[in-house]
Design a protein around this ligand. Structure first.
Ligand code: XMP
Length: 190
């Protein structure tokens, strides 16, 4: 007999736990933007958004910055449609702008094993920026495999696969305003 699978609604009701609320995100982004603006006061900043996960975070963050800001994007392929990384990340699309001699802030959604951010940092260092800092919204410290720390970090979270606010499961849930973990029955590729 066929067993009936519950259908995901791709909304907040598919979340078992909300780890970070919309209000917490809004508040933390304000304080991060203020820290970053203070650090780069009177300087130009090139923000490099790591697609696609950091898109929502970057869009909110840059609108709170008080410094002249350029925006570029980079893409690193790591997880595909699964919840675990398999092979080392590959830089899948390069920058459009020349960052030589520029102050660069790489913005990513989550620092997990550290493989992705460290590959991106190594790649960008080759372009000889004047300075290179990193900013992540979430940090899963206990999963780290590479010795890397973000210069600016929003929230430490436990070891759970999370979605929402730019983070996806098979490209779903990026639009959710909060961050949480899915009920196990919805962590199945359909
Ligand atoms: P690493 O392990 O290289 O991972 O630090 C960084 C990238 O992996 C993705 N990632 C996640 N995506 N929920 C997601 O939707 C998660 O819990 C998660 N953990 C890692 C993400 O793209 C990040 O940039």
């Amino acid at each position: 007999m066929e067993t009936l699978q519950p259908k995901p609604s791709f909304s907040e009701s598919d979340l078992e736990t909300i780890l970070v609320s919309k209000e917490q995100i809004d508040q933390r982004i304000k304080s991060l933007a203020s820290e970053i603006s203070t650090q780069f006061a009177d300087e130009d900043l090139t923000v490099v958004c790591v697609l696609s996960g950091a898109l929502v975070f970057t869009a909110d963050l840059i609108r709170k910055l008080n410094v002249p800001t350029r925006l570029d994007c980079i893409r690193a392929d790591s997880y595909g449609n699964a919840t675990e990384s398999s092979s080392p990340p590959r830089i899948a699309s390069a920058l459009k702008t020349d960052i030589a001699g520029k102050n660069v802030l790489v913005v990513d959604d989550i620092l997990d094993t550290g493989n992705t951010l460290s590959a991106i940092v190594d790649h960008l260092e080759e372009a000889k920026p004047a300075s290179l800092k990193t900013c992540v919204l979430l940090d899963k410290k206990e999963r780290r495999q590479v010795d890397i720390q973000a210069d600016f970090s929003g929230f430490d979270i436990p070891n759970a696969f999370v979605v929402g606010y730019g983070l996806d499961f098979a490209e779903h849930y990026r639009h959710l305003p909060c961050i949480g973990s899915l009920w196990p029955e919805f962590q199945i590729l359909r």
